[in-house]
Ligand binder design. Structure first.
Ligand code: AMP
Length: 278
């Protein structure tokens, strides 16, 4: 496996042939590994980027303390089947004076976008830049970041970007907690309570499967359960999985998404509800 440090090295490495791409911020875990494996299984070669993208962090967020574990990340990438890892620095990705941004309208101002203004502008910009640098045939993202997945699909279609977006399932710990680089911030007690997000979503799914279609009832159940576990709720929403608009009665594919603080750590999780017979 090669480590590529400059844009020029990536361009040289990127010959013709099917190339899969996985964008990450490092501190890699099994969730990231599942994306690398999916890519390695479907493409001649796979490139993983490890870049803590400063433009997707707000001024009071955890950019400075975001975990950086490059040695272990390289090992995980290699084991999962990556052929190269791209580790650019800030100056390479955002040369001064940096002035160009990619914005997706409408989908970006709700859910995580409401509490993290500018977050998705940072994500769509850096992903577009990576697509231009790497020129992948396919790019792999996790359903864990459901809103991000939807936004990136919209962006790719709207801008006619010649890349197929593949969304992979959420990888969870044995107790249900969605794997996240931020889980390592959790204390022992917080780690126990963090399971509340997936517990609450599982209860909602069961309620839906037993016939409940009223979004208010499902949301009420979600909030009641979360209250027992988390320190502060950011949002708990029942929205259309197509356009993220709130729904009253569940008719089509529906995204149930939560963001909550356990201690000082903001965690997200979600489930998609789909009628088996629809
Ligand atoms: P991040 O390093 O947090 O920016 O995540 C990089 C990619 O890994 C994104 O596409 C995430 O959605 C995906 N990802 C993160 N955690 C998980 C998980 N638990 N299961 C599946 N994909 C994940």
């Amino acid at each position: 496996m090669e480590t590529l440090r400059t844009i020029e090295e990536v361009r040289e490495w990127r010959a013709t042939g099917e190339l899969g791409f996985v964008a990450t911020m490092g501190a890699l875990h099994e969730g990231h590994a599942s994306l690398v494996r999916a890519s390695a299984g479907a493409n001649a070669r796979t490139l993983v980027s490890v870049f803590v993208n400063p433009t997707q962090f707000g001024p009071n967020e955890d950019l400075a303390k975001y975990p950086r574990t490059l040695e272990a990340d390289l090992e995980l990438c290699k084991t999962a089947g990556a052929d190269a890892v791209f580790t650019p620095d800030n100056a390479m990705m955002y040369p001064e004076p940096y002035r160009t941004w990619v914005e997706v309208e409408g989908l970006t101002d709700r859910l995580c976008g409401a509490s993290r203004p500018g977050h998705f502008r940072g994500v769509t910009t850096v992903v577009t830049k990576f697509f231009n640098i790497v020129q992948p045939s396919r790019a792999y993202f996790g359903q864990k970041d459901a809103q991000q997945a939807l936004i990136l699909k919209r962006m790719t279609a709207d801008l006619n970007l010649p890349v197929e977006i593949v969304i992979c399932p959420i990888v969870r710990e044995p107790d249900g907690l969605a794997m996240s680089s931020r889980n390592r911030y959790l204390s022992e007690d917080e780690r126990k309570r963090a399971v509340g997000l997936s517990k609450a979503l599982t209860e909602v799914r069961k309620l839906f499967e037993s016939g409940t279609r009223n979004a208010g009832i499902l949301r009420g159940q979600l909030i009641t359960t979360l209250d027992d576990y988390v320190d502060k709720l950011d949002y708990a929403e029942v929205v259309s999985a197509e356009d993220l608009q709130p729904v009253n009665e569940i008719e089509g594919p529906t995204l149930v998404a939560v963001a909550a603080f356990v201690g000082g750590t903001r965690l997200i999780d979600n489930v998609i509800l789909v009628d088996r017979d629809s």
